[in-house]
Write a new protein. Structure first.
Length: 536
């Protein structure tokens, strides 16, 4: 279906790929992995003919159809959610709206209505519409949402509609760039189950290891040192094991050759001046000149571990909500909510988007006033609220390094640089002024500041956004050693599974506590069996 042969590509003076090879067969499920900046998105653009290689070829089966989901969609338009999901053309939109107008007026006998019906049927509308509605429901939309224009929704919800469009279309090659970024946990698990039964080939970029483990059967790594594509059979966990064994074999081969070279060189040095050994010496010199040297393998990047200051000890009762009520306009989010969080709790908030997870986190943080009830902090509770959209805590004139050093005076310069490097701030990046950082960079810098000067109640909203897998692993390692209280929202199953000890499921203002981690919640909620078990 897709064949890449001797592909070479340079960008910004750096060679991303050199004579790279890759084949994707019909129905194959492939994950493309590598550190940020390795060239994953560039390779996607070349496959989509949006960019060209410097050398080499990319060949696609001429009869195959490719569908692509980017990380971000364009500006939303007046198209309705169902119109996006059905992939309708302007012609189809006119037909559909003509039908809707006659249906609303009850004028079903009008010749225009009959004509529109025939055209709608000819364009497979009657087959695509129920399919689109089913997929939209799986991705978290409700029936009243279908006819609303996309401009009324956030970018994340619009991306879901575009994802639905691709699933309705069923392309032969489905290319997904971070498909889980805009999904809540429940929609993510629905998508995971859907893709397991998908008949076409899948090529995805993802930082969600559990999602890849569940779906992919081949992992292709972009090795930034060798500028090669290296294929591994198996899921992501298998890839990690195979890559470690491959590295060990490379190290052994390098050492064996080094030992062999040393032996030959020692013979040459000892007998160079002895006439009777001249032929043997020359033979060994020629051997070394022709020998193809094994390059010293570079140690694979590993999660950075550091010992950050532990927070001051809080009281046993960290924070208490009593009969809390909260509304936005006419929409009631919570009524008579009681919730107590105690020292050492590790709680994940789960539920569909719009159920009130972020609202609850903001109530706990004291960032929004409550309409009714009481919010009481325990003695010595120190709150830190990490919002993925929050940047006002940064000083625009400070460099990235100065910002981190300033919040923890005991931190050494080299340690600060190492921590920042682990969260994607490399070399000269640490000298950037905070005022010019991108939204993702600001989020990551705030995250580092929390880690080097942690509060004893840490509230985190989607902390893994904008991180690659190794940076996520660094964050997990830091939070596993954190001795305070942690409450977080995440759709990263590996992150949840590793850290959460209690699950709060939130839906329609009802908070249900599961005194156990992710797997316990999945078992007790019945989420693996039926989405409606936890969303109804």
């Amino acid at each position: 279906m897709l064949t890449i042969h001797k592909l070479t590509k340079s960008l910004g003076g750096r060679t991303l790929l050199r004579e790279a090879e890759l084949s994707i067969n019909w129905g194959e499920r492939v994950a493309l992995v590598g550190p940020n900046g390795a060239g994953k998105s560039t390779l996607f653009r070349m496959i989509l003919d949006e960019d060209g290689p410097d050398e080499g070829t990319i060949e696609r089966d001429e009869y195959s159809i490719t569908g692509y989901l980017p990380q971000e969609s364009g500006e939303p338009t007046d198209e309705t959610i169902i119109e996006i999901a059905m992939g309708i053309t302007p012609e189809m939109i006119g037909i559909l709206r003509c039908m809707r107008e006659h249906e609303k007026s009850g004028d079903l006998g009008h010749p225009e209505y009959a004509k529109a019906q025939d055209q709608f049927n000819h364009l497979n509308g009657y087959q695509n519409e129920p399919k689109a509605k089913k997929i939209l429901a799986g991705l978290g939309f409700k029936e009243p949402d279908f006819q609303r224009p996309a401009r009324e929704y956030s970018g994340g919800w619009v991306m879901r509609a575009h994802l639905a469009r691709l699933l309705v279309m069923e392309p032969d090659l489905l290319m997904l760039d971070e498909p889980t970024n805009h999904l809540d946990l429940i929609s993510l698990l629905w998508l995971q189950r859907y893709l397991l039964n998908y008949s076409g080939a899948i090529l995805m970029i993802s930082h969600d290891r559990d999602f890849m483990d569940a779906i992919v059967e081949t992992v292709v790594e972009i090795d930034p040192d060798a500028a090669k594509l290296i294929s591994y059979t198996g899921n992501y966990s298998s890839f990690l094991d195979q890559r470690e064994k491959r590295y060990e074999l490379q190290v052994q081969a390098y050492r064996n050759q080094a030992k062999e070279i040393e032996g030959h060189q020692d013979f040459i040095d000892r007998f160079r001046q002895i006439g009777s050994k001249a032929a043997q010496v020359q033979s060994r010199i020629k051997f070394l000149e022709k020998l193809e040297r094994v390059e010293k393998p570079r140690t694979p990047r590993k999660p950075f571990k550091f010992n950050f200051p532990q927070p001051p000890r809080s009281n046993q009762k960290v924070i208490d909500l009593q009969k809390v009520g909260q509304s936005y306009g006419d929409k009631r989010i919570y009524q008579n909510l009681d919730l107590t969080i105690e020292r050492g709790d590790r709680i994940v908030l789960v539920g569909p988007n719009g159920s009130g997870k972020t609202t609850l986190l903001k109530i706990l943080a004291g960032h929004i006033p409550i309409d009714a009830g009481k919010r009481e902090l325990g003695y010595a509770t120190k709150i830190g609220y990490y919002s993925q959209h929050r940047s006002e805590a940064l000083h625009d004139d400070n460099t990235v390094l100065e910002e981190v050093m300033g919040c923890c005076p005991t931190l050494r310069d080299e340690e600060a640089r190492s921590i920042l490097g682990s969260f994607l701030f490399r070399r000269s990046d640490v000298e950037k002024r905070c005022g010019i950082l991108s939204g993702g960079e600001k989020s990551r810098l705030n995250l580092v500041k929390f880690l080097v000067d942690p509060p004893n109640l840490l509230l985190m909203d989607e902390p893994t956004t904008h991180l690659d897998i190794l940076s996520i692993d660094s964050l997990v390692a830091a939070l596993k050693n954190y001795q305070g209280t942690l409450v977080f929202i995440s759709h990263d199953v590996h992150f949840i599974r590793t850290l959460a000890e209690t699950t709060l499921h939130i839906n329609n203002g009802v908070v249900t506590r599961y005194t156990g981690g992710y797997d316990y919640f999945i078992e007790k909620s019945g989420l693996n069996d039926d989405r409606s078990a936890v969303t109804a």
